[in-house]
Design a protein around this ligand. Structure first.
Ligand SMILES: *Cc1c(COP(=O)(O)O)cnc(C)c1O
Length: 474
């Protein structure tokens, strides 16, 4: 029998959106305006890159969180987590919405005080509270949450020196199912360490334990984690009451509620996996109601929600400055004009050896530190029809690691196209590095559509302001 002729299989690279019954010829998702303000207008006036915050979205998030908890619990107080975003205008919005301040360092403590927040309205967290800051916090009556035994001992000394009884809380960590457990902070509530701290505070005579705190982690997608954390804090409160007659006045469940960013390994879109504020509140509030002894006044509930209240309200506008398309660009300079008919082989050769295929933009990971964990949504500003393919979004730094998205589905863009990266409102500003470029301006779109600069773009004077240049070099 004659051997059948070998026919090589045809392998077609899958390109989402390309030659696809669902997406071919459709216009790619785009973002022309933010809160009614056209993005090109924002860039024309304030430059690119540009951080943009929506006051409407911030207030809506703050109110939704308050509603979810206050409808389930009589005594709730939110504390704005400064490190999530401490621009004055942003903090002011949260304070106007009723939040006190939550700080994690002496710098943040000073910032909250300079914002006009009284010491008693500052929750002082953090693994390192320098002696001077700790003394100040004691004098000003801040809510100090002790992180470790050495801090406990330092506080006893300060209280003795100042000759007063100091109200304190302890930060605890426990197994709630979150991996890894954030055991760097606080006292272990499972091993008996937290109980030992409680005993030490009781014996000190100068410290009075009034609160129990935990911050289980960040971007917690499973609300039941908060139920377990609440139960373990309640267990501790019960033992403190039974053993030492201590009346716990507040429970602090920290932060960690998820925003609508999407982790790199996360397959489902954030819309389908991120719990609502009601789901988080439902995990915490009924748990306290069910377990708290009827004869004891209910404790105040503090929440230090950060990312969930600000991330979605922040955008980074950036501009494509060059196309990194390997062979494709050179071989077919007219590709752009036909907007979509770019030669497919060109992309393939681009991605397999001729060089990386993608777009170079005028921002980078120095501005988007959180891109290490989250795949940010990238949308063009104008409607673009035609194929959408996977590209890499390169940042403008001279570092090979400066990649904002290793793979993101985009339509064909040209140099000069503006892009909207979202959500980026949490942590990026506070962690932004000054490295080989100026950090961009930040604007706030007010509720009436007004656009106000809340941080100027950096210039050379800002960056060199603290340098001292010895005369012998001049
Ligand atoms: C960072 C932090 C928060 C805020 O966390 P999110 O995940 O942004 O909500 C709250 N409390 C403490 C102690 C923190 O360190």
């Amino acid at each position: 029998m004659k051997k059948r002729e070998y026919i090589a299989p045809t392998i077609v690279q899958h390109q989402p959106g390309h030659m696809n019954a669902q997406a071919h010829g459709q216009t790619a998702e785009y973002c022309a305006s933010i809160d009614g303000v056209p993005v090109p207008e924002l860039i024309a006036k304030h430059g690119s890159p540009l951080f943009v915050y929506s006051e409407t979205q911030i207030r809506n998030a703050a109110r939704d969180a308050r509603r979810a908890f206050q409808s389930r619990y009589p005594d709730v107080q939110f504390a704005w987590s400064y490190k999530t975003n401490y621009l004055k205008a942003i903090c002011a919005i949260f304070h106007q919405e009723g939040a006190i301040a939550e700080v994690v360092s002496d710098f943040e403590y000073e910032k909250a005080r300079a914002m006009g927040i009284a010491g008693r309205d500052i929750i002082f967290n953090g693994p390192w509270k320098p002696p001077a800051a700790l003394e100040r916090a004691v004098v000003e009556g801040a809510k100090i949450q002790i992180d470790h035994p050495d801090e406990l001992i330092a506080l006893i000394a300060i209280a003795e020196k100042q000759g007063k009884i100091v109200d304190v809380a302890i930060r605890c960590y426990m197994d709630t199912g979150v991996r890894p457990t954030w055991s760097k902070f606080g006292f272990n509530a499972d091993s008996g360490e937290a109980l030992q701290a409680i005993k030490r505070i009781f014996q000190s005579k100068v410290l009075r334990l009034v609160g129990l705190h935990t911050h289980v982690g960040t971007y917690i997608l499973d609300p039941s984690v908060y139920k377990r954390a609440t139960e373990k804090l309640l267990d501790l409160a019960e033992v403190a009451r039974r053993e030492y007659g201590i009346a716990i006045r507040y429970l602090n469940l920290g932060g960690g509620f998820a925003s609508h960013s999407q982790l790199h390994y996360q397959y489902l879109p954030s819309e389908s996996v991120v719990p609502t504020m009601d789901e988080y509140a439902e995990a915490i509030c009924p748990t306290i109601h069910a377990r708290w002894p009827k004869e004891v006044p209910l404790p105040k509930l503090y929440l230090e929600t950060g990312r969930a209240l600000i991330d979605d309200a922040g955008y980074l506008l950036t501009t494509v400055v060059a196309l990194k398309d390997g062979l494709c660009q050179a071989a077919n300079p007219d590709a752009e004009k036909s907007n979509g008919s770019r030669d497919k082989a060109g992309y393939r050769s681009g991605s397999t050896g001729a060089g990386a295929s993608g777009y170079l933009v005028d921002s980078g990971i120095h501005l988007l530190y959180t891109s290490a964990w989250y795949q940010m949504n990238v949308r063009p500003v104008r409607p673009i029809a035609g194929p959408q393919t996977e590209r890499t979004l390169f940042g403008c730094l001279c570092m090979n690691t400066d990649v904002l998205r290793q793979s993101v589905v985009l339509p064909n863009l040209i140099a000069g196209d503006a892009l909207v990266i979202h959500p980026v409102g949490a942590y990026n500003l506070t962690q932004a590095m000054q490295f080989i470029t100026y950090r961009p301006a930040v604007v706030l779109i007010g509720e009436g559509g007004t656009v106000e600069v809340i941080r100027e773009r950096e210039n050379l004077q800002h960056i060199e302001a603290l340098e001292r240049f010895p005369a012998r070099f001049q």
